[in-house]
Design a binder for this molecule. Structure first.
Ligand code: TMP
Ligand code: ASP
Length: 261
């Protein structure tokens, strides 16, 4: 598969064309942003870890029948994915209240929710990804009722699966963000899971200590983001226990990979 021109650059990833119009390359950058770009930095090695962790989770989801855009991981920073038309909605799933919901509604941080709560945000950086309702999605044709119902069903299955997967390795899945897209199959639009699932897009707390193992380490200036993401990867069995993915190692590995190409 030949890498073509850059089609789109987001805050954490770049999409490149390939010689197949239905397939693109998703490149994971080291850039970290929070609060809609108000806070930014570069954290060496973050893209490599997110690429591996997202590959692991999306492959596992495929095995339980959750269709998604991942075809295969190509190298340390890139994946081959199906090109989809992204639904311009960020779907947030919460099992425990923390982050924006605690500030917005005055809910005590750490409140365990009776049921998973789904929230919708418009995917629009300029507007700061505002919270919207299902009625807004329908009113402005961002998705149809059938699509929303399908997405909600998929979300609940994904949440159940991921809660179990993380629980098995001593991690609580607090909340996360998903994106979905339309993929044309035989002239018909199918809704599939897209984007990434990684510690950038989930809140993950150690089951015993509540230590944060996700992007809150950057959002809240807690430091040690790479060791936290590495810990998640090791617990999921992606990296060997002994391997110490320091930022330096990750950079070395990526440059070896680049030279190989
Ligand atoms: P929030 O508490 O800031 O609304 O975030 C809820 C979850 O969604 C959290 O796991 C982080 C994730 N998220 C993203 O991945 N991207 C975003 O743009 C936002 C706002 C949240
Ligand atoms: N992804 C969003 C940003 O980069 C928000 C966040 O993750 O906190 O600003």
């Amino acid at each position: 598969m030949k890498k073509g021109k850059k089609l789109y650059e987001g805050k954490a990833k770049i999409i490149y064309a390939t010689n197949d119009k239905n397939i693109v390359i998703q490149y994971f950058k080291d850039d970290a942003t929070a609060f809609n770009n108000q806070k930014k930095t570069t954290i060496e090695g973050k893209g490599v870890l997110n690429n591996r962790i997202s590959e692991h989770i999306l492959s596992n989801l495929s095995q339980i029948g959750i269709e998604n855009h991942l075809i295969k991981r190509l190298n340390m920073r890139e994946q081959l994915i199906k090109l989809v038309e992204i639904i311009p909605v960020e779907f947030i799933i919460r099992n425990v209240a923390t982050g924006s919901i605690t500030k917005r509604l005055g809910i005590e941080d750490g409140t365990v929710l009776k049921e998973p709560l789904i929230e919708y945000c418009l995917k629009n950086d300029k507007l700061g990804d505002p919270l919207i309702s299902e009625e807004h999605i329908l009113a402005f044709d961002w998705a149809t009722k059938i699509e929303i119902d399908k997405v909600k069903k998929m979300i609940l299955r994904i949440n159940d699966f991921m809660i179990g997967m993380f629980r098995g390795v001593g991690i609580k899945l607090i909340d996360f963000k998903l994106e979905f897209g339309r993929n044309k199959i035989d002239g018909k639009n199918e809704i599939i899971l897209a984007d990434e699932i990684s510690p950038d897009t989930c809140r993950l707390w150690d089951s015993i200590t509540d230590k944060k193992l996700d992007k809150d380490r950057f959002r809240k200036d807690l430091g040690d983001l790479i060791p936290a993401y590495t810990e998640v990867a090791k617990r999921l069995g992606i990296l060997h226990e002994q391997s110490n993915i320091s930022a330096v190692n990750v950079t070395k590995l990526s440059s070896i990979q680049r030279k190989k190409k």
